[in-house]
Structure formats: structure tokens, C-alpha cells
Design a protein around this ligand. Structure first.
Ligand code: FE
Length: 210
């Protein structure tokens, strides 16, 4: 991992393209609902699937491999983009992925202060709250309070580092492997890595294991 904190306000105009796509999607959705082609609830279910299941499953596989394969973890630290490409993930929104490894000393939190840049190939679509002005502001001003909003309390001695995404550089948090998971398969480990734990607003939950 390069270790530098990105500062890149000028990069954000590139996201206009994404905004344009979102606008087109919204227009199409409205038209299809008005014409009676689709049920809004069905569309919501599809979006929910991509927000919480399909996309983040990719990131969870990356995390589980990093937990079980030290050589992969080193490659992931050195070059996130190349390492996730080993698992077949890449493309738009993943041109430059930086993996931020949580440690007992440092918890990492991802935000895009100016818009909604997000590592699509590994996390899918960003949740609504990630794009909301309150999250984008508070994550920077009061990261510990932000985590409290998500029900996460860290040990006092663990500092929080906030990483500001851009159109060019997007971050994924690699949470620490929880105790009690010794001997688990990669697949079982991946099942406890939820989306929020890879944004930094959550932690893996052993009780989620499947
Ligand atoms: Fe952005």
C-alpha cells in the first residue's frame, strides 16, 4: 500500500459520467413503472441484491483470501488493483484500488467527501447512506461518532484513518480476521465479511457464518 492520503478534489468532475448514467437509469425506471412494465418493489429487490449481495461478495472473497494466503495479502497491500485482478475483478471503478488493512492500532474508514466514488468491481453499488451529505461530512469531522451511528465501538487506543475516494483511486477496507475463525474455509470466512466491514462502518460478524 502506498500509504499516502489522497487529496484530489479536482478529480471529481470525472464522476459526472456516473451521474449521467444514474439520471438515465432513473428516467428509464420512472417510464417503465408508469407504463406498468415493472413493479417498483421488483426493481427495489434487484437493486438491493446488487447493493448487498452480488457486489460485496467479490470484496468478501478478496478479504477471505487475504486472511488465508499471506502472500496474496502482501500483493494486495503492494498493488490492490493487480491483486483483485487475480480473482477476476476489475474494470470501471476499479482502475486503481487501494486496500486499507485494519490493524489493532488503526481502523480504516472510506468516504467520498464530494460525491460517491466507490470500488464497484469489489463492492458493487454504494448504499444510499454512502452518497448522503450527512455521512460524507460526518465521516471526516467525527469518524468515531460516525461509527457509533452504525453501532460500532472501537477500542479507545485504535485510531481511525479516513480515506477520501476519488474517481481515480478507490479504497476497500480489509478488516481484521475475527477470533474464533481458526480453520475455516475461505468460503466460510467470506460469508462473515459484510459490505459495511469493507467500507469501515462495520466489522465482520462471526455469527453471520453460513
Ligand atoms: Fe466521488
Amino acid at each position: 500500500m502506498s500509504g499516502h492520503h489522497h487529496d484530489h478534489d479536482h478529480d471529481h468532475h470525472h464522476d459526472n459520467h456516473y451521474t449521467a448514467i444514474e439520471a438515465r437509469v432513473k428516467a428509464l425506471e420512472t417510464l417503465m413503472v408508469e407504463k406498468g412494465y415493472v413493479e417498483p418493489a421488483a426493481l427495489d429487490a434487484i437493486v438491493e441484491t446488487y447493493e448487498t449481495r452480488v457486489g460485496p461478495r467479490n470484496g468478501a472473497r478478496v478479504v477471505a483470501k487475504a486472511w488465508t494466503d499471506p502472500a496474496f495479502a502482501e500483493r494486495l497491500k503492494a498493488d490492490g488493483t493487480a491483486a483483485v485482478a487475480e480473482l477476476g475483478y476489475g474494470g470501471r471503478g476499479g482502475e486503481h484500488i487501494v486496500a486499507c488493512f485494519n490493524t489493532p492500532e488503526q481502523h480504516n474508514l472510506i468516504v467520498c467527501t464530494l460525491c460517491s466514488c466507490y470500488p464497484w468491481p469489489v463492492l458493487g453499488l454504494p448504499p444510499v447512506w454512502y452518497k448522503s451529505p450527512p455521512y460524507r461530512a460526518k465521516a471526516v469531522i467525527d469518524p468515531r461518532g460516525t461509527l457509533a451511528d452504525f453501532g460500532v465501538t472501537l477500542p479507545e487506543g485504535q485510531r481511525i484513518r479516513v480515506w477520501d475516494s476519488t474517481a481515480e483511486t478507490r479504497f476497500i477496507v480489509i478488516p481484521m480476521r475475527p477470533a474464533g475463525t481458526e480453520g475455516w474455509s475461505e468460503e466460510k470466512l467470506a460469508s462473515i465479511v459484510n459490505r459495511d466491514s469493507m467500507i469501515g462502518t462495520g466489522l465482520p460478524r462471526v455469527e453471520d457464518a453460513r
